[in-house]
Design a protein around this ligand. Structure first.
Ligand code: HAM
Length: 438
């Protein structure tokens, strides 16, 4: 049976422990990560660490705040993220910093700034952390959310496009997500894309009146994103639009063919979606997104970004990467009833009665710490009954019971929580005894 994780209460229901409402709430679209949520978060972090170890990605972490220009130039002025979704902070001078709305430009900056190309080439990195987008919060869409992702810097090898897709799929596999679909497309390079965009503009030229307001803007600012529109009104035109695949230059064609061959070789199923273009400006060649059965939003996405470094003023540095939305993967896990083990991290529960026992218990916890055995306590509770109830709730295998008499006799009762049997063990031997049993 999957365990039930309590959903966060509606803001209006939030109450202080005394029953009174507190006058503060977490900001709109931002949520507390409660202890029960970490059953999922920890699993996801464990998954990306495991996959990264096997595929050779090292952890890299960039600051939460970056120069706003990094995203204006990197993520791109025509992207919705930069146009509408940045949280900004004015510095004391005239500078403006932005809370990172995504990780990729920061990773590229860090790679170049720290001279990592001399240490790790190609640079293969993974990350996990919060990102911020000023969006209208709705189901699966938050203002602070977490991403885990991979980047391969300084290589244009199609094998890495495939490896990024495979590594992302391995995360979903680790999380036991079923029926994940990879949608894949190529949007060509600078050269072949120009011819395609020209054709696309010609196609839409006399039809702008039939487009939604955003698409009318996209027609002039970033025509490729006309294909990304989800509005009902724009779908018929989108369906008949020219496709990037028909305009690829020989090099892009060969690159895409190679990506597909690597995926086929690894028996990785995918769907080619000619309308997939992604919403960030830096992409070139391969673009992809991941969808899980039961959820109607992408749980991850990425692609190649061969020009990002140069756009930021850095060296020529082809690259490819992907990022997955942690909250969205959790939502998919819940919808798919993925079982999450709720086994306690604690091996035993320390129960005390009286002041002397409490003092002795404090010393004992230190002994367990040194032995690497986590033991839980509840020093704020005094009655045996309520402490036993907590031990039961924690689902530990053993309770360690220390009363005044035990302190006097220098023993402790070791109670097997399943059978209910208990025996007195000399205090000096309890750490070794518990170690033997767990
Ligand atoms: P992205 O598609 O903007 O790509 O975001 C990646 C994933 O983050 C999405 O597929 C989704 O699961 C999650 N996500 C996005 N917005 C939200 C939101 N408001 N609330 C909850 N989850 C969200 C990037 O960020 C690129 N940096 C990916 C990449 C890495 N491309 C190359 N390397």
């Amino acid at each position: 049976m999957p365990i039930k994780i309590p959903q966060a209460k509606k803001k209006t229901e939030k109450k202080a422990s005394g029953g009174r409402k507190i006058p503060f709430q977490s900001p709109k679209g931002m949520h507390d990560r409660l202890p029960a949520d970490f059953l999922y978060f920890d699993k996801i972090e464990k998954a990306i660490k495991k996959v990264s170890l096997f595929y050779g990605f090292d952890r890299l972490e960039t600051p939460l705040l970056e120069d706003i220009k990094l995203f204006e130039r990197g993520t791109g002025l025509t992207s919705e993220i930069v146009q509408k979704q940045m949280f900004t902070v004015k510095t004391k001078g005239d500078g403006v910093l932005a809370l990172r709305p995504e990780m990729t430009p920061g990773v590229v900056r860090a790679y170049i700034e720290n001279g990592l190309q001399y240490v790790s080439n190609p640079g293969k990195f993974f990350y996990c952390g919060p990102v911020f987008r000023y969006e209208q919060p709705q189901h699966g869409r938050f203002r602070q959310f977490y991403q885990v992702g991979f980047e391969v810097l300084n290589s244009d090898d199609a094998a890495y496009d495939a490896q990024i897709i495979i590594a992302s799929l391995k995360i979903f596999e680790e999380l036991k997500l079923k029926n994940v679909v990879v949608k894949l497309n190529t949007i060509g390079c600078k050269n072949c894309r120009a011819a395609y965009v020209k054709k696309l503009k010609e196609y839409y030229k006399n039809k702008t009146g039939d487009l939604c307001r955003d698409c009318a803007k996209r027609y002039t600012e970033n025509p490729l994103r006309l294909l990304d529109c989800k509005q009902e009104k724009c779908q018929p035109l989108k369906a008949q639009a020219p496709q990037t695949l028909d305009f690829l230059c020989a090099a892009c064609k060969a690159h895409f063919k190679s990506v597909l061959e690597y995926l086929d070789g690894g028996q990785i199923p995918y769907l080619i979606d000619a309308t997939l273009v992604r919403g960030l400006d830096y992409y070139s060649r391969s673009v992809f997104e991941f969808f899980a059965e039961g959820v109607d939003f992408a749980i991850g996405g990425g692609g190649r970004y061969d020009y990002l470094s140069e756009t930021l003023g850095g060296p020529k540095m082809p690259a490819v990467g992907s990022a997955c939305g942690v909250e969205r993967m959790i939502e998919a896990m819940k919808l798919q009833d993925v079982h999450i083990s709720s086994k306690s991290a604690y091996k035993a529960f320390l129960i005390y009665m009286g002041d002397q026992a409490k003092k002795q218990g404090m010393l004992l916890l230190d002994e367990f710490y040194k032995a690497g055995i986590p033991v839980k306590e509840s020093f704020a509770k005094e009655s045996l009954k309520s402490q036993l109830r907590l031990a039961d709730k924690e689902k530990v295998d053993y309770a360690l019971i220390l009363g005044q008499r035990e302190v006097f006799e220098e023993v402790i009762l070791l109670r097997d929580m399943k059978s209910g049997t208990q025996e007195a063990i000399p205090l000096k031997k309890i750490v070794a005894e518990l170690k033997k049993r767990i």
